[in-house]
Design a protein around this ligand. Structure first.
Ligand code: NAD
Length: 450
């Protein structure tokens, strides 16, 4: 089918490349000149495992092209995806500017085409309940073109986005047009493994499904994070509890990992939006508000632990921050826990030396010269008073810890992702403080402080 993607960011590019890989002809529209240039030169402007390779194939066989010209990209198209950002406004409500602009541009282009065939406009961006209906009514008032709006919320996870897109647990389509539902079913045919996983519903149900999914996942994380307080008080191990409850088939094992708080472009924004859409419905959601409070507090608690256990004043101490991306396998730092952690450390007078495998350049845009930057985790730790691990990059688990301990001022690790092995830490002379797990305070080779 002929498909147009408006907005080639994380969601749009992954969607476009995956649709091209299953045989569709895709035209991507991107407004950011830097991203567009990179795309037109065949380079993926974001880091996402497997995406560059899949994009290479699609570019070389001509099944995906990129432009900033909406009219050119929508000519003869059957399906137009809107994949633009819906960032939070300072008051937590959703900023709909990009979506409205993109919708209007598509609408203007369709109006000029005078086409009798149905064009399906697909809203992939995460939007509050009622938005698709409003967009549908707005576009109907703007054009005589034959089109239908459907909501198709995206459930991919950064870091495994290509796999998620090609192997979706379910495909949710919200709308009113049976013809548009049929077009979407045809579009996704190679990805529908079981018929019941292709779900059609009304716009509002599809919109709320997305917010409900993210709020529930964030709630699971906040619940586990709150449990770390009890674990640390009573001497329990959150990892044992995770296994203990995750093996219950009613609960399941996913999204039960405790840490120094969730981040990313979706959970914080979508949970905040859930709170606002509840308020707009006249309901103050204590539950959704608690998910966010626990998350905020967890980042503070992580830094408080550093301050308490450092064994010297935080003022003037050098802290190596390992991990800036909001999770492993991405360069995305949006709402990353490390941003708050670094800010709290700087506010307390610490010197911060930061390392990441993919997100260093993105984070430099925020902290500029307030932080020392390094591409080597070992160098980041040399002479430092502690390491604060904020991202679960697997590479951190295989560092030369003996060498690192020898070069640090005091070998202490605060593991905000519970990804290091406490025995390895102890054997290599580290004091080790995970989240909600027993710490290592007496080490085998602890060096005396200078
Ligand atoms: N990132 C995720 O993991 C994820 C997962 C599920 C859902 N979502 C949702 O998907 C939507 C997009 O998120 P994202 O992370 O891909 O955002 P993004 O910021 O990475 O990408 C949006 C892109 O759209 C471009 N753009 C904006 N207006 C445009 C226009 N008029 N024409 C052409 N291009 C335009 C921007 O330049 C940008 O490249 C959001 O609503 C988000 O909540 C994101």
């Amino acid at each position: 089918m002929e498909v147009t993607i408006i907005g080639c960011g994380y969601v749009g590019l992954v969607t476009g490349v995956c649709l091209a890989s299953i045989g569709h002809t895709v035209r991507g529209v991107e407004k950011d000149p830097r991203k567009l240039k990179s795309l037109q030169e065949g380079h993926c402007p974001i880091f996402e495992p497997g995406l560059q390779e899949l994009m290479n194939e699609a570019v070389s066989n001509g099944s995906i092209t990129f432009t900033d010209d909406v009219k050119k990209a929508t000519k003869d198209t059957e399906i137009v995806f809107l994949c633009v950002g819906t960032p939070p406004k300072p008051d937590g409500t959703v900023d709909m500017t990009y979506l409205e602009t993109a919708g209007k541009e598509v609408c203007d282009a369709l109006a000029e085409m005078n086409n009798d065939l149905l064009v399906t406009i697909v809203v992939k961006s995460t939007v509050p309940a009622g938005t698709n209906r409003k967009l549908h009514n707005f576009l109907k008032s703007q054009t005589k073109a034959h089109f239908a709006v459907v909501s198709n919320p995206e459930f991919l996870k950064e870091g495994t986005a290509v796999q998620d897109c090609l192997n979706p647990d379910r495909i949710v389509i919200g709308g009113e047009s049976v013809e548009a539902f049929r077009m979407m079913r045809r579009l996704y045919d190679p990805l529908v493994k079981r018929e019941e996983n292709f779900m059609t519903m009304n716009w509002e149900s599809a919109e709320l499904t997305k917010y409900a999914a993210n709020s529930m996942l964030a709630a699971r994380i906040s619940f586990m994070n709150e449990l770390t307080i009890l674990c640390e008080h009573y001497g329990a191990d959150i990892e044992d509890i995770r296994k203990g409850i995750g093996s219950d088939s009613r609960i399941g094992p996913a999204f039960l990992r405790a840490g120094c708080g969730y981040g990313g472009s979706c959970f914080p924004k979508d949970v905040a939006a859930m709170e606002h859409i509840s308020r707009a419905a006249g309901h103050e959601s204590l539950f959704v508000s608690a998910i966010q409070t626990v998350n905020k507090n967890q980042k503070k608690r992580f830094v408080q632990k550093i301050v308490e256990k450092l064994g010297r004043p935080i003022q003037g101490a050098t802290i190596a921050v390992w991990g800036l991306a909001f999770k492993a396998d991405t360069d995305d730092i949006r709402e990353s826990a490390s941003i708050d952690v670094i800010q709290y450390l700087l506010d307390a007078g610490a010197i911060v030396r930061a390392h990441d495998y993919k997100a260093l350049e993105n984070m430099k845009q925020i902290f500029k010269d307030k932080v020392e930057w390094t591409t080597d985790p070992v160098k980041a730790a040399a002479g430092a008073d502690a390491i604060a691990l904020c991202t679960d990059w697997p590479q951190y688990t295989t560092q030369p810890f003996r060498k690192i301990a020898a070069t640090m001022n005091t070998p202490i690790i605060f593991d905000g992702r519970n990804c290091l092995n406490r025995d390895v830490m102890r054997e290599n002379g580290f004091q080790y403080y995970p989240m909600g797990r027993p710490p290592v305070e007496q080490t085998l080779r602890l060096r005396s402080r200078a």
